[in-house]
Design a protein around this ligand. Structure first.
Ligand code: ATP
Ligand code: MG
Length: 322
């Protein structure tokens, strides 16, 4: 992994327009991925992980509002890119694997047709070359009998196979960044591990940048270089995966890890009291303060600045400010 920056999200604020007014979800997200680096993003359901990932490719739902911030991809602000630059980014540079492999594949077309369309469109290849590329990708994604898969409709495949097709699609060409947003959540338990192993080994082999969003903390710990912890629209802690998991600093991260006794070797915790705040009227200051056992006066006033507590391990919490 080099230290060359591939992606840099800076102070990103995103909300949604709804019948209840405008929500304030992302509250100044900062996140960096270096070339070939594997980065994890963890946090409770509703903390804004998917919103952050969709912002990168600008595929947010139409009621989303990007209020503030910048997203640099190799130094260019994605939020200011023109349509053709953006299409190039989506077709050739960054790909995304979603939770639900069924909705990612158009049910009316055979897998082969879906793949050929994408390949021919992106790489301007003739039929035969494009088909070769598709079959090679299916084979790499460990699909038995790629020819048969190529000739099948998505509904003729199992969930695990469909997700392998999505992985094959995501890795076609020379991608620089793969975003996988809970890629195994919707799969059967028995298939989860297989698909995850496939994905992690392909990412390693191809040496691409990877953002792995998951609630499966053990899987994140094993498979990323650095991890970001998200709470209610803020990144509250980040650092080398090894350090964050063995020495969690933020009271929220500590509680989150305690929910997985296998990780800490301690007893199962009662969970985290309270719940993720209402995004229409979020708490002032540190958004975790109403749930925090160590809350200080200043926590209610302003969002705490990040402090580097140990080498490359940062936390945004007033307990660590000196
Ligand atoms: N289209 C939308 N319109 C209004 N609110 C939305 C929309 N999409 C997401 N939200 C809200 O934004 C917040 C963050 O959602 P997001 O999906 O980014 O969280 P997440 O961390 O990915 O959660 P999960 O772990 O459940 O996937 C939630 O409160 C959600 O209800
Ligand atoms: Mg999500």
């Amino acid at each position: 992994m080099s230290k060359e920056v591939l992606l840099e999200i800076k102070n990103l604020h995103v909300g949604y327009k709804t019948h209840m007014g405008v929500s304030h979800v992302l509250n100044g997200v900062n996140l960096t991925v270096h070339k070939g680096e594997r980065v994890g993003v963890i946090g409770e359901s509703g903390s804004g992980k998917t919103t952050t990932m969709k912002s990168i490719l600008r595929i947010l739902p139409s009621n989303a509002i990007i209020k503030k911030g910048e997203i640099f991809y190799k130094g260019k602000n994605v939020l200011e890119m023109k349509e053709d630059e953006l299409l190039n980014l989506r077709r050739k540079k960054i790909s995304m694997i979603f939770q639900d492999p069924t909705s990612a594949l158009n049910p009316l077309f055979k897998v082969g047709q879906i793949m050929l369309d994408i390949i021919k469109y992106s790489y301007k290849l003739e039929d035969e070359e494009a088909k070769e590329m598709a079959l090679k990708a299916l084979k790499e994604a460990a699909l038995p009998d790629p020819e048969r898969v190529f000739d099948s409709y998505p509904f003729q495949l199992s969930g695990g196979m469909r997700q392998r097709v999505c992985i094959a699609l995501a890795l076609i060409g020379d991608r620089e960044l793969i975003i996988a947003d809970e890629p195994t959540t919707n799969l059967d338990v028995t298939i989860k591990a297989q698909v995850l192993n496939l994905l992690t080994s392909l990412v390693r082999e191809k040496n691409v940048g990877w953002i792995f969003v998951s609630q499966a903390l053990g899987a994140v710990r094993e498979n990323v270089d650095r991890v970001y912890v998200m709470y209610a629209g803020n990144i509250i802690e980040w650092g080398p995966s090894r350090k964050v998991f063995s020495n969690p600093l933020h009271p929220y991260t500590q509680k989150l890890l305690e929910c997985v006794p296998k990780l800490t070797g301690k007893e199962f915790s009662k969970g985290i009291r309270g719940r993720i705040p209402n995004y229409f009227k979020p708490p002032s200051g540190c958004r975790f303060h109403p749930r925090c056992d160590y809350v200080l006066d200043e926590c209610k006033k302003s969002v705490p600045e990040a402090v580097e507590v140990e080498h490359e391990h940062f936390v945004a919490c007033n307990l660590y400010r000196r």
